[in-house]
Design a protein around this ligand. Structure first.
Ligand code: S3P
Length: 434
């Protein structure tokens, strides 16, 4: 599939974007390992979370899909999974693979975790290292790439792991393995990262401590099923926040968006750039803060992005670079080397696309410098990365010529129905088979 975008347009109206991807993955994992039945509302029916759902069905967990984001998980308890007969295919999902690696290391049976070409090129050494320290036996392809062959029946021991990079996936992997390890498992992180695993474990009645920045849990507990209301994904909302921020005359309300403090970097960065954002109806839903986000067009200016915002906006940079391209002056991002190991090398992929549109940028090892100005049009390569595809679609609002975004199939991993929703809000987008 490809997207064709006519230049210009205004964004207006009200919308609820699909459910949070991180929480959707975790709702299946913890629901499956809980005792009792978990009802999930607002589940993201995108390919990534569905791959996790399929993996647990392959391990004997009964999971019903009732449509419209409703899923019922019949938990089997921490020790109730059955050996899968085939490798578990986690598709495009780094979160699926890295969190599952932690859980699978503690099972009595062997598992193989695999995925698509993009996932099989991503580094898994970052989760293999702490798991091996805990006593897990894991084989991978060269350079720690998937497939991962995880030996079952190993007795794990709790460790303290000082994370070398700010990664919620590595933190979560280690803590989830800790559910099966002897004694206490703890982690410290170089900077706070999304804490959905900790919140959801607590929501399922499992004690997770956070004292002096050390996050820890003890094995031997149980997860008790509960209902989960997944808010709209702020990472998906980000595309329309930037859309409204760059298109003159825009006026948009995004409802029921998760605003967990570890995820709001995009709001903070856009506000620093001069965006006109108001949070309305702030509330807490199932242990996670939620709000309606109202945004109106206002001219943006370039900024030096504070480094402490990087982990809090890690998935939103592709579209934030489009905001930077439309801002007056220079935007500088540093401390974001993690962007090089996402679904694509997002620094390089964005620099390439910006260049196609005639936007000046300079690539740094750990970031990028973007000079705002006018944007032309052209053909954009997405490198099979959903967020690159959506970011350049949004750019069309300020482009002077048509933008043709190639290879958009992966958009369905995180944002099924993106083009239809975007069209309804004012983007001049058409999807066509390639
Ligand atoms: C995620 C953590 C982040 C993020 C990813 C989802 C999670 O990855 O980029 O999209 O759900 O834990 P890292 O842990 O690699 O930073």
């Amino acid at each position: 599939m490809e997207f064709l975008l006519k230049p210009g347009g205004t964004i207006s109206g009200e919308a609820r974007v699909p459910g949070d991807k991180s929480m959707s993955h975790r709702s299946i994992m913890l629901g499956a390992l809980a005792e009792g039945t978990t009802h999930v509302k607002g589940f993201l029916e995108g390919e990534d979370a569905l791959a996790t759902l399929g993996a647990f069905q392959a391990m004997g967990v009964e999971i019903e899909r009732r449509g419209e984001g409703e899923v019922v998980v019949h938990g089997v308890g921490l020790h109730g999974l059955k050996a899968p007969t085939e490798p578990l295919d986690l598709g495009n999902a780094g979160t699926g693979m890295r969190l599952m690696a932690g859980l699978m290391a503690g099972q009595p049976f062997d598992t193989v975790l695999t995925g698509d070409a993009s996932l099989c090129s991503r580094p898994m050494g970052r989760v293999i290292t702490p798991l091996q320290k805990m006593g897990a036996e894991i084989e991978s392809e060269e350079g720690g790439r998937p497939p991962l062959r995880i030996k079952g029946g190993r007795s794990l021991r709790g460790i303290h792991y000082d994370l070398p990079m700010a990664s919620a996936q590595v933190k979560s992997c280690t803590l989830l393995a800790g559910l099966y390890a002897e004694g206490r498992t703890s982690v410290t992180e170089p900077a706070p990262t999304r804490d959905h695993t900790e919140r959801m474990l607590r929501g399922f009645g499992y004690q997770v401590k956070c004292e002096n920045e050390v996050i820890s849990l003890e094995s031997g507990g149980r997860l008790v099923a509960g209902d989960i209301d997944v808010p709209a994904d702020i990472s998906s909302a980000a595309f329309f926040l930037v859309a409204a921020a760059i298109a003159p005359g825009s006026d948009l309300l995004l409802t029921h968006v998760g605003i967990n403090p570890t995820r709001v970097g995009v709001l903070n960065i856009l506000t620093l750039m001069g965006a006109d954002i108001t949070l309305k109806n702030e509330r807490e839903v199932g242990g996670e803060p939620v709000a309606d986000i109202y945004i109106r067009y206002a001219p943006l200016k370039g900024i030096e992005i504070p480094e402490d915002q990087v982990p809090l906006a890690i998935d939103e940079f592709p579209v934030l670079f489009i905001a930077a391209a439309c801002a007056e002056g220079r935007t500088v991002l540093r401390g974001a080397e993690e962007l090089r190991v996402k679904e694509s090398d997002r620094l390089a992929a964005m620099a390439e696309g910006l260049d196609t549109l005639g936007v000046k940028s300079e690539l740094l090892d750990d970031g990028i410098v973007i000079d705002g100005g006018t944007m032309g049009g052209g053909k954009i390569r997405t490198h099979m990365d959903h967020r690159i595809a959506m970011a350049f679609s949004i750019a069309a609002l300020r482009a002077e010529e048509e933008i043709h975004v190639l290879d958009c199939d992966h958009v369905a991993t995180s944002f099924p129905g993106f083009d239809a929703l975007a069209r309804g809000l004012g983007l001049q987008i058409t999807a066509q088979a390639d």
